[in-house]
Design a protein around this ligand. Structure first.
Ligand SMILES: C[S@@+](CC[C@H](N)C(=O)[O-])C[C@H]1O[C@@H](n2cnc3c(N)ncnc32)[C@H](O)[C@@H]1O
Length: 139
């Protein structure tokens, strides 16, 4: 359904779909091969929101982000819920501690390439990704 909707969109010519587990070696090779030399790269991580998977994605995809561009980690709101507020009508129920925000905070201990963008984060009065917008500040 998603493929059909994307491919029939007027902007489809600007979208290249790579289908597969987001962090597999095969997917990563295809992603890297699709980035032209000298391109500006931003990344939005919005797949499996468990801590282990987001951390794996951060370690694979954040190095692709180019200086001055953005890394967006979606659904960091999950880290702000009380256990009783966690959405349960999902394929995975992710309790605080097993979600994107904790993965992001762990990843930020491993790198000095990203800074929280306080302006964008501050503009988003309502957001499912509070604190999820980071800017790459070093190549
Ligand atoms: C929260 S949805 C977001 C989809 C898209 N980013 C959007 O905004 O429409 C998460 C998507 O990630 C896919 N997904 C979950 N785990 C994945 C994985 N390990 N590798 C690749 N995709 C995955 C799901 O099938 C689902 O389509």
């Amino acid at each position: 359904h998603n493929r059909q909707a994307i491919e029939s969109h007027p902007m489809a010519h600007r979208v290249e779909l790579i289908e597969g587990p987001s962090t597999s070696a095969e997917t990563m090779a295809k992603v890297k091969a699709s980035i032209p030399e000298g391109a500006s790269v931003m990344v939005i991580l919005d797949s499996d929101h468990s801590k282990a998977h987001v951390l794996d994605e951060l370690r694979n995809y954040a190095p692709l982000v180019t200086d001055g561009h953005y890394l967006v980690v979606a659904d960091t709101i999950l880290g702000r819920y009380e256990p009783s507020q966690v959405p349960t009508k999902r394929s995975k129920v992710l309790l605080p501690g097993d979600e994107p925000l904790v993965a992001l905070n762990d990843y930020l201990q491993e790198t000095d390439r990203f800074e929280l963008d306080t302006i964008i984060n501050g503009k988003l009065v309502l957001s499912s990704s509070p604190g999820g917008y980071l800017r790459c500040v070093r190549s």
